[in-house]
Design a protein around this ligand. Structure first.
Ligand SMILES: Cc1ncc(COP(=O)(O)O)c(C=O)c1O
Length: 403
């Protein structure tokens, strides 16, 4: 099929939930992507912050190939060594005591919501839900935040802020209340005895690349402790080295009860995880949750390569160095269209005083792949192995587009 035939067949046969540019990528290496016409692009999106080691990393390809030739899938009815290695690494490098595996970020948040509900019921297994003036009086409330994004499945969507995503599918999960991000007074009003969980991204991705302040996260921790609610950090986008620390919340002293992961964990293969402390693990029993595909041998062989690489101090140091360099170069751009540059490590947003979409298209024409984060924010989330000269090329292209 040629490029046009692929694009036409896609619109004929694939449900149109995305608006895609007229490009078909055929292969990639490192930060370079090549399309079906042989054109090369510098990829500063990493498949939405996924391909942390770049495209077709050698060790990753070797591990996936070897594992595919040995064993791909047995289901979670059986033990699997690559899964156990990955779980041990995640636990030993985090606040958590146990890991639940799934296949995506949305699923990881669904798991977190279920675990929080079960935890809130730990002393009342037959607890019924009472309603007063339409409000649940049980401990089922979940507090989420303005600008937050947690996924498209029904539970994860219910705690996602953007109304445009939620309203066509209402009613969603009940008892969700949104407070204002980075506003502790607003959180204090929302979090009460009925709250079973508070879910927040330590650095909001889709919502415009907004880091939470350490005081905000600290305040949420205190409010959760005060009201016996679980604190869930959604690190699907900002976790696993993206901010220059292994976990984004390590820029503060605050620890969650549950942390959700996905995107980069297997370097491009589907995986998700909900990491939990022992008190949460204690209430979850066989049969409470599950997944056919989650963390099979193939995906975990890939994830073990990714995790071993990005959990090295010198790797994270390079992410911090290149993140600072990228932000510095963007901050010194002279363009009256730039309102602010913000982010952490290699998750960077450029807030514009106009829509980001035309600049993304212009950058693509010049060979640079970017994505947006909301209407007015250009998001730069390159592979974590990006180098200085790739950053210079990307910023020079962007500067030409914004001139
Ligand atoms: C913070 C955050 N949580 C959850 C999700 C949902 O992940 P997935 O698309 O893998 O379901 C995303 C996806 O962009 C995300 O950025």
């Amino acid at each position: 099929m040629n490029t046009q035939e692929i694009i036409q067949a896609e619109s004929a046969y694939v449900l149109q939930t995305y608006i895609r540019p007229p490009i078909v990528f055929t292969h990639g290496k490192g930060l370079k992507l090549t399309d079906s016409d042989g054109r090369e692009y510098l990829d500063f999106s990493a498949g939405i912050a996924v391909t942390a080691l770049g495209h077709s990393d050698e060790a990753w390809v070797a591990a996936v190939t070897a594992q595919a030739a040995r064993l791909t899938h047995v289901s979670n009815l059986y033990h699997s060594e690559p899964q156990v290695h990955l779980a041990q690494k995640l636990v030993e490098s985090s606040f958590a005591d146990k890991v639940f595996f799934c296949n995506s970020g949305a699923e990881a948040n669904e798991a977190a919501i279920k675990f929080a509900r079960k935890y809130a019921r730990r002393d009342h297994s037959e607890q019924s839900i009472e309603y007063k003036n339409g409000q649940s009086m049980s401990k089922t409330k979940i507090v989420a935040f303005s600008g937050g994004f947690h996924g498209r499945t029904v539970g994860a969507l219910a705690v996602t802020y953007k109304e445009q995503y939620r309203t066509p599918f209402a009613p969603l999960l009940p008892d969700v209340v949104f407070a204002t991000f980075n506003n502790l007074a607003s959180a204090k009003t929302a979090i009460d005895a009925q709250t079973c969980a508070v879910i927040v991204e330590p650095v909001q991705g889709e919502g415009g690349v907004n880091p939470a302040t350490p005081e905000f996260l600290k305040g949420l921790r205190q409010l959760c402790d005060q009201h016996d609610a679980l604190l869930i950090f959604d690190e699907v986008q900002c976790g696993l080295g993206r901010t220059g620390k292994l976990w984004a919340h390590q820029h503060t002293s605050v620890q969650p009860d549950i942390m959700t992961l996905a995107k980069p964990l297997a370097g491009g293969l589907p995986i998700g995880a909900a990491l939990v402390t022992q008190k949460v693990a204690d209430v979850i029993k066989p049969g409470d949750h599950g997944s056919t595909f989650a963390a099979g041998p193939l995906v975990c062989a890939a994830a073990n390569v990714v995790f071993d690489r990005l959990n090295r101090p010198e790797f994270l140091e390079q992410v911090r160095f290149h993140g600072s360099y990228l932000q510095h170069r963007l901050r010194t751009l002279e363009s009256d269209k730039i309102v602010a540059v913000r982010g952490a490590g290699l998750l960077v947003g450029v807030l514009l005083n106009e829509a980001a979409a035309p600049f993304i298209a212009a950058a693509r024409e010049r060979g640079l792949i970017l994505i947006n984060a909301g209407e007015n924010v250009l998001r730069l989330a390159p592979a974590l192995v990006v180098n200085k000269s790739e950053i210079d090329t990307a910023v020079d292209i962007l500067a030409a587009c914004l001139a």
